[in-house]
Design a binder for this molecule. Structure first.
Ligand SMILES: O=C(CO)[C@H](O)[C@H](O)COP(=O)(O)O
Length: 249
C-alpha cells in the first residue's frame, strides 16, 4: 500500500501491523487501537483502507492521547468507551511477548488504558517486530511498567522490591523536570525484576493488583488471541495459543 523504503526494524513493525489489520479489521468493525510506534503503522493502514472505501463504518477507540491524535489527524472516526463500550477487536503493540503469549506492555506509559480497551474487546491481537519475541519474560526486556497514583508512589517503590526483589523507581520525564505523568494523571513505576527463569507472573499480577495505589501493571496474561511477529526477511509469523504459522509478507 505504501512503498517508502524503511529501516528493517520499521519495516518489520509495518509488516506486522498490515498483516494483522488485513486479516482482522473489516467494515463496521469497532476497533480498539493501541499505542506505540508499531500501532502508528496500523493507523497508516486504516487511513489508506478507510479512504479507499474498504473500511466503511469503522469505529476506532484509542488507548492514549497520542493514538487519538494520530486517528483524528488521519481523518478516521474516533469514539470512546462511553459511546462504544463493547469492541469487536483490539490491536496493540507490546514490549515483550513470551512463549505463553504473556506480554509486558507500558513502555509508552499507556498500560492502564490499553488494558481497559483490551478488556472491552472480544478479540485481542498483538503486533510486534522480532525484537519483542521471547521464551520467558525478561529474556530481552528487563522491567515491568506499573501505573501508580502519585500519593502511593514512594511506598509502592519500596514494597515491590521487598516482595519480589529487583529495584523499582519512578519513570522520569525526558523534557520536563520530574516524573512522567500518564494520560490518567498517574505516575509510572518501572520495576527492574530479578532475572530468574521462572517467575509466577499470575501470582505477581494478583499481588500487585491488590496493592493500594497501584492502578494496573503492564502484564497482559491469558488475554492474547493472536500475535503477529514480523522479521527482517519480510516474513510474518502468527502465533495462536501454541499454533504457529509463518508467511512471506
Ligand atoms: O505498551 C505500549 C505503550 O504503553 C506499547 O504497545 C509498547 O510499548 C510497544 O511500543 P512500540 O510499538 O513503540 O515498540
Amino acid at each position: 500500500m505504501v512503498s517508502t523504503e524503511l529501516p528493517p526494524i520499521e519495516k518489520a513493525k509495518r509488516d506486522a501491523a498490515y498483516a494483522c489489520a488485513k486479516k482482522h479489521v473489516y467494515p463496521g468493525c469497532k476497533l480498539g487501537v493501541g499505542s506505540g510506534s508499531t500501532v502508528k503503522y496500523l493507523v497508516e493502514y486504516l487511513e489508506h483502507a478507510y479512504k479507499a472505501g474498504s473500511l466503511n463504518d469503522l469505529v476506532c477507540v484509542p488507548t492514549s492521547f497520542m493514538t487519538k491524535k494520530w486517528l483524528v489527524d488521519s481523518g478516521l472516526p474516533v469514539s470512546d468507551l462511553d459511546i462504544t463500550p463493547v469492541l469487536d477487536v483490539c490491536i496493540d503493540g507490546a514490549d515483550e511477548v513470551d512463549a505463553d503469549l504473556t506480554c509486558i506492555k507500558g513502555g509508552g506509559g499507556c498500560l492502564a488504558r490499553e488494558k481497559i480497551v483490551q478488556h472491552a474487546s472480544k478479540k485481542f491481537l498483538v503486533i510486534a517486530d522480532h525484537t519483542k519475541e521471547a521464551v520467558s519474560l525478561g529474556d530481552r526486556y528487563q522491567y515491568l511498567p506499573i501505573e501508580v497514583l502519585p500519593f502511593a508512589s514512594t511506598p509502592v517503590c519500596l514494597e515491590i522490591p521487598r516482595l519480589f526483589g529487583g529495584t523499582a523507581g519512578l519513570r522520569m520525564a525526558a523534557k520536563k523536570a520530574g516524573p512522567v505523568i500518564t494520560d490518567n494523571g498517574s505516575y509510572i513505576v518501572d520495576w527492574v525484576f530479578p532475572k530468574q527463569k521462572k517467575m509466577d507472573w499470575k501470582a505477581i499480577q494478583t499481588k500487585l493488583a491488590d496493592t493500594p495505589g497501584i492502578v494496573d501493571t503492564g502484564l497482559f496474561i491469558d488475554v492474547v488471541d493472536e500475535v503477529f511477529f514480523a522479521y527482517a526477511d519480510g516474513s510474518v509469523k502468527t502465533v495462536v495459543k501454541g499454533e504457529v504459522e509463518t508467511k512471506k509478507a
